[in-house]
Design a binder for this molecule. Structure first.
Ligand SMILES: Nc1ncnc2c1ncn2[C@@H]1O[C@H](COP(=O)(O)OP(=O)(O)O)[C@@H](O)[C@H]1O
Ligand SMILES: [Mg+2]
Length: 321
């Protein structure tokens, strides 16, 4: 949009008391100034908008239009119990550090990394990471229920996505698009496959265009189903994996805590190889429950091993994923 049009749009939206439109045009203005290299001006415009939005939006609850699509999630401030490689931990703290110093970066025309793709097998901590990030940033966690977009709003998905991204602009938060590439996949009906592609593409375009201050976290179990063009839309990609032998030990020690018996955890950890963090966590919890119910203060090696074997056989032998 040319600048003259933007000025006219600003005036007319102000006269109509259309705050939503006014802020949208102001954001577009900031974006086009940034593109022209006027990063300071762009930054100042965004600051003005942000300070206004901070005052007005805080009290608004999730609009009823979005109540069934966006859910406020539980925040777990347990970064210490998140067991990931050093490399991943470093990436997570870089997101936090850049967020906290976003204004410093903006003064040099740089954006903090805030569009993040998490990929990896189920149960390796992607959802948990979103929750940890929210805690670390002091932001609410919102999970977007994309599958409902298809099942409930067929035909108006574009409009719904626009509303979701308006919320992302208005209300700072961590927005989790969980298993976003699985939209509608489980239904697997022919006519929905096309719709799913369309929604996925629209979603990616919205993500690309977004210039809010919120964190956008998209998680996928199946990176291979996504094309390469997708990666460019994200500021960072975090790869999750099943835990290493060492990580299995940390995970078990953390989870068993005071229930840890006097046996070498390394002996048991070897048996859990191939299981996900979530499955190992469940096995530990099962062993703890068993100890409690049989009035023992600690978990025995034998019982813990049984619980691990249970998990391994629970879904057949297919742990190659
Ligand atoms: N990397 C991890 N470190 C510690 N616990 C984990 C990890 N990954 C998963 N868990 C445990 O398993 C549960 C489910 O994991 P989740 O984050 O939902 O996995 P994903 O989203 O990758 O499928 C978590 O709430 C946590 O208790
Ligand atoms: Mg998950």
């Amino acid at each position: 949009m040319a600048k003259a049009d933007q000025i006219k749009a600003l005036i007319s939206s102000h006269l109509k008391r259309d705050d939503e439109r006014f802020l949208t045009v102001a954001l577009q203005l900031a974006a086009s100034e940034a593109k022209r290299g006027h990063t300071n001006l762009a930054h100042q415009i965004r600051e003005l908008i942000d300070s206004q939005e901070r005052q007005t939006v805080k009290v608004v609850s999730i609009s009823s239009d979005l109540a069934d699509l966006v859910q406020e999630g539980q925040i777990a401030d347990d970064i210490a119990s998140l067991v990931v490689s050093d490399r991943l931990r470093e990436k997570i703290s870089r997101i936090v550090r850049e967020y906290h110093q976003a204004e410093k970066l903006a003064k040099h025309g740089l954006g903090n990394r805030r569009k993040i793709l998490l990929s990896g097998p189920p149960g390796t901590g992607k959802t948990m990471t979103a929750s940890v990030l929210a805690a670390q940033l002091g932001l609410p966690l919102y999970t977007v229920q994309l599958d409902r977009l298809i099942t409930k709003y067929l035909g108006e998905t574009g409009a719904k996505l626009r509303q979701i991204f308006a919320m992302i602009r208005k209300r700072n938060g961590v927005y989790l698009f969980d298993e976003f590439d699985a939209i509608g996949a489980q239904r697997g009906m022919e006519n929905e496959v096309g719709e799913m592609r369309r929604v996925l593409n629209a979603l990616l375009q919205f993500i690309e265009a977004d210039e809010s201050r919120s964190l956008i976290v998209a998680a996928t179990n199946n990176l291979h189903s996504l094309d390469n063009a997708l990666f460019r839309r994200f500021d960072d990609v975090l790869h999750y994996a099943k835990p290493s032998a060492e990580e299995i030990e940390s995970l078990m020690k953390n989870r068993l805590g005071a229930f840890r018996g006097k046996f070498a955890i390394s002996k048991v950890a070897g048996q859990a190889s191939g299981l996900s963090h979530a499955e190992i966590t469940q096995a530990c919890d099962d062993a703890i429950k068993d100890a409690i119910l049989s009035d023992r203060k600690t978990v025995t090696q034998k019982r813990l091993l049984e619980m691990i074997t249970d998990r391994k056989t629970a879904y057949g032998n297919n742990h190659s994923q």
